[in-house]
Write a protein that binds this ligand. Structure first.
Ligand code: SF4
Ligand code: SF4
Length: 369
């Protein structure tokens, strides 16, 4: 491992945190951070756009103000929605440091790079600004997080040799996915000799809520959680320095710590079961929405797309009346599937490349009548 300060391979992903209504549950988060740190883990990942800025503020109160700076590794990001011009980047960065209560970030990532975003970051000299901030000691390592096809990643890493780490989506379901291309992106990182940070190892929880048949297969291996296989799968790849897990409660945290404290790569038998589980999930044909909510922000009709997809996923496994009831609760005072005007804004931001407009039409057919 190239970064000495990074202690273990499990990172605390702070896009999802324990919540009390719309606010972060500080006592619960504090307990989780203490448990995490006490087992020797120290890597935290956030962004100003996570939970509308509440993630950074909560981390300040529960981590930064309570632990010596040298004990934790802090990653933040430059998100595209927060700047338009080169002149805005430095003030935004300083504001981030201030909100987080820090004088430097250990890692600073160019957030959600894809073909279009990369153009914007290049035109606004975002990469150069980050390298300059590194020279000033305000960033220790510059990296990027990535959502696009492998050839785009190859081009970025060729043009930006100073990038030190790459965050990619990698999980056992997306390895050969033609749009996400986890395996190809992984290979590009290896080719450029960049340490890899894995995001979405359990695909926003989809690899926990798996079909019953798949559960039976894992249950044959013992009483380990379904998440444990997904996280160990990602951590078993050579060159993966960190696997991020979004943990929303103590139970998830304790489960993760139990198998990542003394990490063991997957056995041959476990790989073979995962292959079978993968086939079952693919056949079940559920919408692979991770609940990241990137699509929701720009929707002119205020449609809560991920919540509607949760309902649509339930249509085939649960009684339709129950699903319709849930749908009414989820869409109360918000846009419904039928309100979609097909502007396509949401599809431009979806890291899973979902055909949201088509899926909403389907949801409307089942749920709006
Ligand atoms: S296509 Fe529909 S769901 Fe997507 S942003 Fe436009 S109105 Fe909203
Ligand atoms: S539809 Fe796409 S962008 Fe929206 S929450 Fe799901 S995965 Fe995220």
């Amino acid at each position: 491992m190239r970064f000495e300060k990074v202690k273990k391979q499990l990172g605390f992903g702070c896009m999802r945190l324990p919540m009390q209504g719309s606010e972060v549950d500080y006592p619960a988060l504090t307990k989780m951070i203490d448990a995490f740190m006490s087992k020797g883990f120290n890597y935290f990942d956030t962004a100003s756009v996570y939970i509308e800025g509440k993630s950074e503020i909560a981390l300040k109160a529960c981590l930064v103000d309570r632990y010596p700076r040298e004990q934790f590794v802090y990653t933040n990001k430059l998100s595209s929605s927060l700047f338009q011009t080169e002149e805005e980047i430095r003030p935004l960065f300083e504001k981030q440091l201030q909100a987080c209560g820090l004088t430097y970030f250990d890692f600073y990532l160019m957030h959600a790079q894809n073909k279009d975003n990369y153009q914007k970051y290049k035109q606004t000299h975002a990469y150069e600004t980050a390298y300059a901030l590194k020279a000033e000691g305000k960033i220790k390592h510059v990296g990027l997080s990535f959502h696009d096809q492998a050839e785009v990643l190859d081009r970025i890493l060729t043009e930006q040799p100073q990038i030190e780490v790459v965050q990619i989506q990698l999980n056992y379901l997306d390895m050969e996915d033609p749009k996400i291309q986890s395996r190809l992106c992984y290979e590009v990182c290896r080719k450029h000799q960049k340490p890899i940070i894995v995001m979405e190892p359990v695909k926003g929880g989809s690899l926990v809520h798996i079909p019953l048949k798949a559960q039976d297969l894992f249950d044959q291996l013992g009483s380990h959680s379904y998440a444990s296989y997904a996280i160990r799968y990602a951590a078993s790849f050579e060159g993966v320095m960190m696997v991020l897990s979004g943990m929303s409660n103590e139970e998830q945290m304790n489960d993760n710590l139990s198998y990542m404290e003394e990490f063991q790569p997957l056995s041959r038998q476990e790989y073979s079961i995962i292959q079978q589980v993968k086939d079952i999930i693919k056949k079940a044909n559920t919408i692979p929405c991770t609940g990241c909510r990137y699509c929701v922000e720009g929707c002119p009709e205020q449609i809560d797309i991920p919540d509607i997809f949760t309902c649509l996923n339930d249509v085939h496994g649960q009684q339709i009346d129950h699903v319709k009831e849930k749908y009414q609760t989820y869409t109360f005072q918000k846009g419904k599937a039928k309100d979609c005007i097909a502007c396509g804004k949401c599809e431009k931001t979806c890291p899973q490349h979902l055909e949201i407009r088509k899926l909403l039409k389907k949801a409307s057919w089942y749920l709006d009548q």
